[in-house]
Every structure is written in structure tokens, then in C-alpha cells.
Design a protein around this ligand. Structure first.
Ligand code: SF4
Length: 299
């Protein structure tokens, strides 16, 4: 992957960016199951919102939408000079959602220990699963997934290949090495993210999984996502994107936009195995990751 040449170190943030990044951090902490923060007082949230709106009014107009205040920092007193406002906060719509699966994740956000315990239980269920007769008879072992139990980013692939089937780890082959480099280019480590596939058993000959196999395995990745509650889901390749977003569109049509799956933003890009076969597509994949990094406030 190309080196990140868009360093923003030292640049100051404007009021809108500070608001968006603070709100994103608050939402991430909530998803991560961190409960020791005090609940935000509605009056303080409104006061902070008004403060940022007042400063944002000085900024050049872009594309804006009126949305109600959703989250704001809770533990800091609002500026004294700001009057309590009634109007909503104006937020910039950087990239319109293209495909959207609306709704909250089921259940509540769990603590780290609870998540790990539930993920371990789920992995045991997967290891004993025989719903797909062909796949369960062909596999060496299931490939559940690995990584942080409180990830901001998850990487979602199609199905295990030969090396994954042998090792029991996702993205363990040459394509996985490229994925690791892509993740590191995003300024975090593979262990900080969570990696998994939509299908937990290797199809024979690494063929494309059949619709019934996706149907059988769907409950497992849906439960993983409900436990992990990532801020971003990166779909690697058409199969995983079409399965998650319930669409028939190609990667070419889906990439370059932020989609929605419940409470997560979804980025669609090329699978690293495709990038190994088509190095010219690496530029497009890097563009997709940069779009995510910008949205996440990482560049
Ligand atoms: S692919 Fe999923 S549903 Fe099918 S046997 Fe393996 S674990 Fe079970």
C-alpha cells in the first residue's frame, strides 16, 4: 500500500470537527461497554451543541442536514456564556449512505469480560456446528475470528481458505499478510481490529459458498457483530458486502461510500486476494481506507 502522505499533525481542528470527533468518541465508548462515564445532562448537551453551532455559523456552508443532538461529552461543564438553545445541531454530511440497514444492535453493550466470555461460548457453538453437511464434513476446523473484543474497526471477509482451514485463524495466508499491511497503513495494528468471515468453514476447493450456507452461518456473524458493536465494518470483496448489506451490487458500485449496518458504518473495498491478483486496484482500496480514516478522524 502507498504510504500515507496526508499528515495532518499540527493542524488545528475547527468547531464542527471537534464536535463530530467528540461525539464519535462518546459513541465508541458506549459501544465498547464503558460504563463509568457519567450520563450526559440534557441541558449540558444542548449548551455544548449551541456553542458549536455558534462557531459553525462562522464556517463556510457545505452540505448540511438538520439532525437532533445525539451525543456529546458529558463530564465537562458547558461554557458559561452560552445560552440554552432550542435549535438542533447542524452536522456536515460528508458522504451519503448508499445502502442502509437501519436499527440498533440487539441487546445491550457488554463489558470487556462479558464480551470475551460470550465470544468464547459462541466459538464453541461454531466449532460443533454441522448445519452445512458438506462444509462440516470437509473442514479441518472452523475459523471463528480473532482480535480485539472492543474494536473500533472490524474486517469482514467471505470464507476461510486452505491456510485458514489448517491454522484455524482468519486471514492467515498471503492475502492476510497484505491485509495486515493495509491495517497498519491505517495507523493501527491488526490486534486492535477484529477479523472474521461470513462463513466459518472452508468450502471445498475454496468455491463460493452457496446461499443455504450463508443462511445457516448468518446467525453467527450477526451475533459476533452484536457483541463487538464496531464503529466501522470493512467488507472485503463483493461476497461479504452483498451478504451483509443484502444487495446484489458489485464492489465497484458499493465502494467509495459509507453504508450503514445497524449502528455501524460500512466501508466496501476489494478483497486482499483480489489485490494480489490485480495490483492496480490497490490505489482504489487505499482510497477507500483513507475515506474511512478521514471519517474516523485519523487523518
Ligand atoms: S459454515 Fe457455519 S453454519 Fe455451516 S457448518 Fe460451518 S459453522 Fe455451521
Amino acid at each position: 500500500m502507498a504510504e500515507n502522505d496526508a499528515s495532518t499533525a499540527g493542524e488545528s481542528l475547527d468547531a464542527q470537527e471537534i464536535y463530530e470527533q467528540t461525539a464519535a468518541l462518546a459513541a465508541h465508548l458506549a459501544r465498547a461497554g464503558i460504563r463509568f462515564l457519567p450520563n450526559a445532562q440534557e441541558s449540558e448537551v444542548e449548551a455544548w451543541g449551541a456553542h458549536f453551532v455558534a462557531e459553525a455559523d462562522e464556517m463556510p456552508e457545505v452540505s448540511v442536514a438538520e439532525v437532533p443532538v445525539a451525543a456529546a461529552p458529558a463530564a465537562v461543564a458547558p461554557p458559561a456564556a452560552v445560552a440554552s438553545p432550542a435549535r438542533p445541531v447542524r452536522r456536515v454530511e460528508s458522504v451519503p449512505a448508499f445502502t442502509s440497514i437501519e436499527g440498533p444492535y440487539p441487546g445491550e453493550s457488554l463489558s470487556v469480560a462479558e464480551r470475551k466470555a460470550r465470544l468464547d461460548d459462541l466459538a464453541l457453538q461454531v466449532a460443533g456446528c454441522t448445519q452445512c453437511e458438506v462444509l462440516s464434513n470437509c473442514r479441518t476446523q472452523t475459523v471463528f475470528g480473532e482480535g480485539s473484543s472492543t474494536p473500533r474497526f472490524v474486517f469482514f471477509g467471505e470464507a476461510p481458505g486452505a491456510e485458514e482451514d489448517r491454522s484455524g485463524r482468519p486471514f492467515a495466508d498471503q492475502a492476510g499478510q497484505l491485509l495486515t499491511k493495509m491495517i497498519q497503513a491505517c495507523k493501527f495494528q491488526r490486534e486492535d481490529a477484529y477479523l472474521f468471515n461470513s462463513i466459518k468453514c472452508r468450502p471445498p476447493g475454496s468455491r463460493t459458498p452457496e446461499p443455504g450456507e450463508f443462511q445457516n452461518c448468518r446467525t453467527f456473524y450477526e451475533q459476533q457483530l452484536a457483541l463487538l458493536r464496531p464503529e466501522y465494518i470493512v467488507c472485503l470483496g463483493a461476497i461479504s458486502a452483498q451478504e451483509l448489506l443484502k444487495t446484489k451490487l458489485s464492489v465497484g458500485r458499493l465502494r467509495g461510500k459509507l453504508h450503514t449496518y445497524l449502528e455501524s458504518k460500512v466501508v466496501v473495498t476489494y478483497h486482499p486476494s483480489y489485490l494480489l491478483r490485480n495490483p492496480a486496484a490497490k490505489k482504489a482500496a487505499w482510497d477507500d481506507l483513507q475515506m474511512m480514516m478521514k471519517d474516523a478522524g485519523l487523518m
